[in-house]
Ligand binder design. Structure first.
Ligand SMILES: [Zn+2]
Length: 166
């Protein structure tokens, strides 16, 4: 059973490696992992789309506002497995499916035969996570400390780039 109500309309943030993200990008509350079922759509190079239901702990939920942060890297990995290697050029998280709405007499039906019967809370917006956002070690840092950290990271990048050229 999911902890968070799957019928609530949420804003989905997604991006690379949000696993160590600890606070909500909107209200800074502590995020909580939850198991939910997601409706995903993929597009191949010809523009043909396909729908998938993916259940798992791919989202970090805010207990204070309707925000979920999706782990895009892990979703892509799971989609690749679900599609058995078939290539796709784009994917989109459509929303969260309330699995209890799946009709009892259609338990073994494929998704496209029951999709109209399902209660789906479509995401009201999808926003990219900016990197780095508020990762664990950055919480509580002052502006001065952030500035120092940024210039240190920049120096490290430049050192690495110089190292490569050598
Ligand atoms: Zn929040």
């Amino acid at each position: 059973m999911p902890r968070f109500d799957p019928t609530v309309e949420r804003v989905a943030y997604y991006g690379r490696s949000p696993r160590d993200l600890v606070t909500c990008p909107v209200c800074r509350s502590g995020l909580l992992s939850d198991f939910q079922s997601y409706l995903l759509a993929t597009k191949d190079a010809e523009g043909a789309s396909e729908a998938f239901l993916l259940g798992g702990d791919y989202g970090l939920f805010c207990p204070n506002c309707p925000t979920v942060v999706l782990d895009g890297d892990r979703i892509v990995t799971a989609l690749r497995m679900a599609m058995a290697g078939a290539p796709f050029s784009a994917w989109l998280a459509m929303g969260i499916v309330d699995l209890s709405s799946w009709p009892a007499d259609k338990r073994s039906c494929p998704l496209d035969e029951v999709i109209d019967d399902l209660t789906i809370a479509h995401f009201s917006d999808r926003r990219p996570l900016e990197q780095p956002l508020v990762h664990g070690p950055l919480v509580g840092l002052s502006d001065e400390e952030r500035r120092k950290r940024r210039s240190r990271l920049k120096r490290e990048r430049q050192d690495r780039a110089r190292g490569k050229r050598r």
